[in-house]
Design a protein around this ligand. Structure first.
Ligand code: 2BA
Length: 109
């Protein structure tokens, strides 16, 4: 079994979770916050059999989208403020950031 952890943008949540649910996958949804932009995002946890991993990744990829986001000021705790660092920048966020991990054991009582 594998544990898939995927971080998606809130705007993709409905599409991604509908696609996973329609295909019979169980998942846990956790509200999360990006450490860089400090924006809300959503983390999904899915325990799946190894042979289903590619199918899940395909569903996530095809239902989430990369977007450019305008950042007017860098977060002060990440980058110390300096007049030279206050130029607006764009960052590309997503589609989805996904980790696939081995699961040592799985129990459901
Ligand atoms: P954030 O941390 O808010 O990052 C949003 C976007 O800002 C990132 O998009 C990336 O394009 C940019 N970014 C992040 N850290 C940066 C840095 N130190 N310098 C320059 N640009 C930076 P994504 O890579 O698509 O990430 C989207 C969200 O996925 C992240 O939101 C974070 O919540 C999560 N994430 C990304 N990589 C991760 C990792 N290695 N471990 C854990 N979570 C991660």
């Amino acid at each position: 079994m594998k544990l898939i952890i995927t971080i998606i943008q809130e705007r993709d949540l409905q599409r991604v979770t509908d696609a996973l649910g329609d295909n019979g996958y169980f998942f846990t949804k956790i509200a999360s916050t990006g450490g860089f932009l400090h924006d809300g995002n959503v983390t999904l946890l899915l325990g799946v059999e190894e042979e289903k991993v590619e199918d899940v990744l395909l569903l996530i990829r095809s239902n989430s989208k990369a977007r450019e986001q305008y950042v007017s000021l860098p977060p002060p705790d990440i980058m110390p403020s300096s007049p030279l660092m206050q130029e607006p920048v764009t960052v590309k966020v997503g589609g989805a950031v996904t980790f696939v991990m081995n699961v040592e054991s799985f129990e459901r009582w």
